[in-house]
Design a protein around this ligand. Structure first.
Ligand SMILES: [Ca+2]
Ligand SMILES: [Ca+2]
Length: 377
């Protein structure tokens, strides 16, 4: 299988790469290089909020279970009601909670002999119902955040509703501009020294492209401001694997094609990576996930809430419920998921995990928001 890694602005096939814009290298090791070990869990067990939901439902099943299928307040990033592929750019369908086989299997539907060591062992995980935005956050939506920026988030906002200690920490404030400072200037206009940068100083034709070159802190702050939060790694993988269907890729088990995802800079038919290889969000509807999410495979990698810990994820095979790794490890790395428009097809699998320091910026790393589910009973 072809493994191409452009995450750090260069092409490589192994570990030990240097970041273009910030610090430490992060590339998963091949499965046979080291052994995963057990680790603790920081999450709290929780009961799914949808009565009877098992993870086998679809949107209709969720509606019939009594879930109020509307977001309480319109996300401020969608002021003016922007449309993405003729859909509300802030559409955020409910993902019905349930149990799934997190991680890559050895012989099951998501087995891959070329997989990475940090995807195993497969283990049982449960997530409560949550909303996940259909689309990655666009440049246009992020521009609304930049315009409205009024300082770092308040302590505790942007948390997972059932897991304590997952909200914004004032310890992170130094990673954001102070009140009155310009987020755009602070971030160097989000150019991250790349040729494929969707952000422009003024609104232009890139507004529907995924916003990239954002740090984990900026992604977190955006989510909190927008009435949401970053998804946990478990939630992200649950959506990408189609829950109990345990899909190899977000769309199923079919091998990737350019109809299903943007990857390997193939969108314009030329191997060179240019803006033409980064399509607008949602451009590959044939590759939708089980609950209608677009670009879970490809487009931009997506920051998640969790700190990276090679051992924690597999947990020695033990189950986890609404789990999230809230413990900042010495490695100081945050997870991003889902492959991207530059990298090879192997990175599109639902269990692939990449990671970088939270101050990292790359032109192929963006994010999408999770949101709370409100029940009618
Ligand atoms: Ca799995
Ligand atoms: Ca993506």
């Amino acid at each position: 299988m072809k493994h191409i890694l452009h995450v750090l602005g260069i092409t490589a096939t192994g570990a030990g790469l240097l970041l273009a814009c910030s610090s430490a290298p992060t590339s998963p090791a091949p499965e046979d290089s080291t052994g995963a070990t057990g680790g603790g869990r920081a999450g709290e067990p929780a009961t799914p909020t949808v009565p009877g939901a098992t993870g086998d439902g679809d949107r209709m099943a969720v509606a019939s279970a009594g879930v109020l299928d509307s977001v309480a307040a319109a996300p401020p990033s969608c002021a003016g009601a922007p449309r993405c592929q003729a859909i509300d750019c802030c559409e955020s369908p409910v993902v019905p909670g349930g149990t799934f086989a997190m991680g890559r299997s050895k012989v099951g539907t998501d087995a891959d002999k070329d997989g990475f060591v940090n995807e195993v062992p497969e283990h049982t995980a449960s997530v409560s119902s949550f909303r996940l935005d259909t689309f990655e956050v666009t440049v246009g939506r992020f521009r609304q955040f930049v315009k409205a920026y009024a300082g770092p988030p308040a302590e505790g906002v942007g948390a997972h509703p059932k897991v304590k200690g997952t909200g914004w920490s004032s310890k992170w404030n130094a990673n954001m501009p102070r009140k009155g400072e310009s987020l755009a200037e602070f971030a160097g206009q989000f150019d991250c020294a790349s040729d494929v940068v969707p952000w422009t100083k003024d609104a232009g034709r890139n507004e529907k492209m995924p916003m990239t070159c954002v740090t984990w802190y900026e992604a977190f702050a955006f989510g909190a401001w927008d009435g949401g939060r970053l998804p946990t790694e478990a939630e992200w993988e649950y959506a990408a694997a189609g829950g109990a269907e345990n899909r190899m890729y977000p769309w199923g088990n079919a091998a990737p094609t350019t109809d299903l995802a943007s990857y390997e800079c193939l969108s314009d038919g030329d191997p060179a990576c240019t803006h033409a290889d980064l399509p607008d969000v949602g451009s590959k509807p044939a590759g939708n996930g089980r609950w209608g999410h677009r670009d879970l495979g490809g487009g931009a990698f997506e920051w998640t809430m969790d700190w990276f810990d090679d051992a924690w994820y597999g947990g020695g095979g033990s189950a986890c419920n609404d789990c999230i790794n809230t413990t900042r490890p010495d490695s100081d790395l945050k997870i991003f998921r889902g492959g991207d428009f530059k990298d090879g097809a192997a990175f599109l699998r639902a269990t692939v995990r990449l990671y970088s320091p939270p101050v990292f910026r790359a032109d192929n790393v963006g994010f999408r928001c999770a949101r709370p589910v409100r029940t009618t009973r």
